[in-house]
Design a protein around this ligand. Structure first.
Ligand code: ATP
Length: 427
């Protein structure tokens, strides 16, 4: 029976021992599964103790508590390295209703990773795992998905993940950028036009809805669609039909809908800026993308990832630099972090990226938080000079000690002292 399940699956008893296993499960891990002996945690986590002993949610104990199926996203040690798996655990009962064991079915999440892997979504925080769980659920159905999150939080990447893990993955993924589209552009882009439909239409052109046929259409910044176009969009979604500009015949649309917005669409509905009927049509399954400051634990991992996949694989952020980054608010989210990593790596003179190599917006925030620096805004270089002058008057230790405290190399400290013509008290 277990081999009839096309995903990796095991049947386990209350003591976590695997009593039945299918081929797909065996092929997922390097470790051999011995039926009646191996435990699920030893195979998937290479650990002697169940997951809840390591601070992770254990789906089996959840199931025992609630007597209902439970699901959780875990990082497993698979033969592809650390991989994300969406685990579904179902209690199995005998004819008297007693739970005799649990069926565990795995869904491998191929679009995300907990270590640096090219072209994957990277993260390991709880907020990130919760998001993966929802993406995975959405991908298995045809429901309209609405992605809500700040700019640069990864909405387009998530939209792609929904597409790649859906049954439409072999078909096109088409992005429609809604910002800045006026009415006529919106219609001709979406629905296409016939030859002679307007001046300049010397040939007919397929619309993006037709290009996407059978695939997924991603409407980015859906909140920017003007009200009069929202009616046309709603009609398309309700009827799955449209007419090219200047055309007479209706065409049938076949696409899966994913929309994204950084604006709060419900607030817009309340203010009359977004149609309520359209909102309910597009928000079949809302997914919230956490801002980077809500998943600070992922910052070191993402920094490593951008260094390794960029041009600076041998460089490292110092502990203090990582700490400083984790204290920053990141209004531009992951896009901003990516650019900060590149800038800082270029600024560092050796393999260690120090606090002083971080761009001004990060250090600016630090200084505004510090009471030691005056409130008025001044050029950073001037602030740096003032600060160095002040501490060098009193600092008793060696240049090495000061450089260490400032989280810069001694060479960088000397360079700065020379530039500002400052003398250390001890030298
Ligand atoms: N979890 C992640 N791991 C690695 N890179 C990521 C992750 N999320 C986003 N990125 C990267 O961050 C950048 C911004 O992501 P994306 O364009 O998907 O954001 P967005 O929310 O759609 O932005 P906007 O609101 O401006 O359209 C991209 O370079 C993307 O590859």
């Amino acid at each position: 029976m277990i081999n009839a399940i096309d995903k990796p699956a095991i049947f386990i008893t209350h003591d976590y021992v695997i009593q039945a296993v299918n081929d797909a499960y065996r092929e997922t891990y390097d470790i051999e599964v011995i039926v009646g002996t191996s435990t699920c945690h030893a195979i998937s986590h290479r650990s002697d103790a169940p997951c809840d002993k390591h601070g992770e949610d254990c789906p089996l104990s959840q199931c025992q508590k609630t007597q209902r199926p439970s699901s959780v996203v875990h990082i497993h040690n698979t033969n592809d390295g650390k991989s994300y798996c969406d685990i579904l655990m179902k209690p199995v009962r005998d004819e008297d209703g007693m739970t005799i064991g649990f069926l565990e079915i795995l869904d491998r999440i191929s679009y995300a990773a907990a270590d640096s892997q090219r072209n994957k979504m990277i993260g390991s925080s709880d907020a990130f795992k919760q998001m993966l769980n929802r993406i995975n659920r959405a991908a298995q159905s045809e429901i309209a998905v609405l992605l809500q999150g700040e700019t640069g939080a990864g909405k387009e990447l998530v939209a792609q993940a929904v597409h790649e893990s859906s049954r439409r993955k072999e078909k096109p993924f088409v992005v429609i950028e809604c910002t800045g589209l006026n009415e006529s552009l919106f219609e001709s882009e979406l629905f296409g036009y016939e030859k002679g439909a307007f001046t300049g239409a010397t040939n007919s052109k397929k619309g993006l809805i037709e290009v996407a046929n059978g695939g997924t259409v991603f409407f980015d910044e859906i909140g920017d669609v003007p009200l009069n176009m929202q009616v046309k969009l709603l009609r398309l979604l309700e009827t799955q039909c449209y007419r090219p500009v200047g055309g007479l015949k209706q065409k049938k649309a076949d696409f899966r809908l994913v929309c994204a917005s950084h604006k709060n669409l419900l607030n817009m509905v309340e203010k009359g800026e977004f149609r309520q009927d359209l909102y309910f049509r597009i928000a079949g399954f809302p997914i919230y993308l956490p801002a980077l400051r809500e998943r600070k634990e992922d910052i070191p991992l993402l920094c490593r990832h951008f260094l390794v996949t960029g041009e600076h694989r041998h460089k490292h952020f110092s502990e203090q630099a990582l700490q400083t980054l984790q204290n920053y608010a990141f209004p531009g989210n992951i896009r901003e972090l990516k650019s900060i990593v590149e800038q800082s790596a270029l600024m560092s003179n050796d393999d260690d990226i120090m606090v002083s190599d971080l761009p001004p917006q990060i250090l600016g925030m630090r200084s505004s938080e510090s009471e030691a620096i005056p409130d008025e805004v001044m050029p950073l270089e001037q602030a740096e000079q003032a600060y160095l002058e002040k501490i060098c008057k009193h600092f008793e230790g060696s240049p090495d000690e000061l450089a260490n405290k400032l989280d810069v190399s001694t060479r960088t400290l000397y360079r700065k002292l020379q530039r500002y013509n400052i003398k250390l008290k001890s030298s």
